[in-house]
Structure formats: structure tokens, C-alpha cells
Design a protein around this ligand. Sequence first.
Ligand code: PMP
Length: 446
Amino acid sequence: GPNSRELLERQREIDSSAVAYPEDVPVAFEEGKGATVRDADGNTFIDMFAGIGVLNVGHANPYVMEAVHEQADKLVHTVDFPTEARLELIEKLDEIAPPGLRGQNRVVFGGPTGSDAVEAAIKLAKYNTGGDGLIAFRGAYHGATSGAMSLTGNKKFKGEYTPLLSDVVHAKYPTPATDSNGDAAALCPRDGGACCESFSCARALREVKEILEDPYGGLANPAGIFVEPIQGEGGVIVPPEGFLTGLRELADANDIPLIFDEIQSGFGRSGQWWASEWYDVTPDIMTTAKALGGVGFPLSATIYHEDLDTWGSGDHAGTYRGHVVAMRAGSRAIEYIQEHDLLAHARDLGEYIRGRLSQVAADNPRILDVRGKGLFVGCEFVDSDGNPDGDAADALQDYCFEHGVLVWKAGRHGNVLRLLPPLVLTEDLAETAMDVVVEGIETVTA
Ligand code: PMP
């Protein structure tokens, strides 16, 4: 509409050239409520990306906003001084912590962004091991600061900024959608070939083992393994059973921490509080951000086993690690998810959404794969020769925007439709949104 177009043009004049949104369909936002947003021309959209997985309890969730207003009028910022809000959030994070960390974790609020939490995790791993070598994975995204960029496994984001951290080695993340029929059992480094179901899992674990243990390669002085339990920006890649367990075993054997980046996959997104729970694997350190701030307040945390709580007072700093309003919002969001059983809702709705996509995929060779857990869903497109098709995902995103549904993309070739709706999405809205997505797929792949 004209108002959106005008705002977009004004933004183009004065904002950074680094801003990113689908350029071809001008949309400027004015108001959000639950799983819908209204643009500057009064059009309503169903929000199927939630600010990149941030608004898990919905835009302006009234239960959260009530506490936000109350807190904002009282006290906003204290750095590390105790407040009820801070202690309440730490207690609630323990309540929802992965079972293996519950009752024995510590939380450090390093700063407002996910990247801050990743930096804290890097420092904590190095501090505790005395090492400097880090293992991460190709296709991973961990953030925009220099340390987090070093872990990111995509040259697009970091190619111009080297040298970064020097001792980072990227192993291949398992890619079940394109698994080969190689002899997985022979390759798997786990006892009895526990990954023999999946060649790509066995190959990934073998590579990590070699990086850690082969005297002719890899890391001289390892400090930790960083991994997204489900890769987000990399294309919503759900690793096969056995991958995280295998990493856990390798981390233990080499006496280094296993670090899960749950910034995108966590806080209920996957239909569990943490994606690691799908695999029953406990990390030593984990990061959370995005949805932690409740209704979009910037807040991140690094949660770690108390045995790693070795920093002295002030050893890791950050001005904004006491944002009381964001902390109140986070606690209320946890309560809201618990009281409305939104994890179960996310699992059910995710199944519905993947079901709709799988139905189209069944006789559409341009869809390579439909995957995900809970409301963390990916649908990968290829061209008629089977090559990654970013243009199809682009065209689909434009189609959806034009038809009132906001969707996002992912994947190293930008060829994955990524759906990350608020967990409060209703069945009716999910159905309307999926009607549009399905029509869009049929249109752009025709
Ligand atoms: N880790 C993961 C897994 C992410 O998805 C992101 C953001 N997409 C980050 C880290 C970085 O978070 P932020 O953009 O808030 O710095």
C-alpha cells in the first residue's frame, strides 16, 4: 500500500544498506497482536516468522505486557544488583532447564543479543579448559560479533573480516535429506556403529573425532564443541538420532565442554523447552536469546553447569545484563507457555503444518524435503535438475507477503522456506496461512 511504500522509501534514503527484508513487496509494520500484524495501510498479515523466532508468546501478549508496563514504571536497569525480577527469571530458567542441568546450573546474562551469549560461552569454555581450539559446523550461524562469526560456518557472513579466531575448525553437519548409502556402520566412531542408520551422521562424528584426536590434524588445544541442536539459518536441519549423543561422547572422551546454541531452537520453538530434549542429551553450556525477552525485548543468557562456575567477580562484564523489564517479560513468557501448554500446542500445530507441506511434496519433485520439530519448520526447494533453488524460495516469500502471510527463508543457498510462527498461532490461522503457502508453492513451482 502507499503508506508502506512511503515508509520504505524514506528508510531506503537514510537507513543502512545492510537492512534486510523482501524488497519487492513493500510492507511497513504498525501494530502486532498475537500471531498477526497490521501494516501502515491497515492490511493484516499472519505472522509465520515472528521476528525470526522471537515472539513465541505472540505480539504484545497481554499477560506479559501487563508486567512490562508495571515494571517499566518502577525500575528498568540495575546492572548486577539483585532484583526480584532477576532472581525470578533465574529460578524459572532452572525450572525449565534441560533435565540434566536442572538444579545444578548457573546463568550469566552477558548482554542483550544472541551474539553476546555466544561470546560468553566461548570465553567460559576457554577459561575452564585453558584451550583455544573450537569445533563448530558448516552451515552454522552463531552471530555477528567476531567470536561468534568465527564459529559461523558460512563465508558469506565472515569472508571479508578475517582474521577472526584462528583455531576454529568446521566439521560437516549431518544432512539427512541428502544422505548417501555409504557404509555408515564402518565409519561411525561410536561403539557398535550406533549411527549406522545415517551415513551423514557417522561421517560428521568421524570428522569431529579426527579433529579432536588425530595427531596429524585438527586442534592442538581444544576448548569445546559448539553446535545448534537443530540448525536454523543453515536451513532448519534436524540432525538424525545419535548425532548429539555422539558429540556428547566425544566431548566427554576429550574432557571439553559441549555447547548447545539454543538461541533459535530453544524457548519452546521446537515443541520442547529446548531442542536438546528431543535427543536426551545434556550440554555443559547453552545459549538462549530471541524469545527469552518475552515480547521482543533484547535479552540473552548463557546457562552452564555449576562445575564451570569458575569466573571471579567481574571477570565477564556487560552493562546491560540487568535489564529488569526484559527479565520480567521473560519470566512472564515462561509462565504463559506453561499455563497454556504451548509446547504441546506447538508439537500438534507443527505436525499439521508439516503434514500440509508433505502433502504437496508427495507429487512435487521441486520439494526436496519437509522437516522440523514443533513450530520450527523447513521446506527445501530444488530446480528441475535437483539443484538448490533459491529463486523458488524468493518467489514463494514474495507470493506469501502479497497474500497476507509473512514467511522467512533459510539455507546456505537461500532455498529453504522457514516457518517460525508464534506458539500462540491458532489452528484457524494456521490453516489460512498454510492455504496461502500451499497455493504459493503450486504457483512458483508450476
Ligand atoms: N545463534 C543462533 C542459532 C541464531 O539463530 C542467531 C540469530 N539468528 C544467533 C546466534 C545470533 O543472535 P543475535 O542476532 O541476537 O545476535
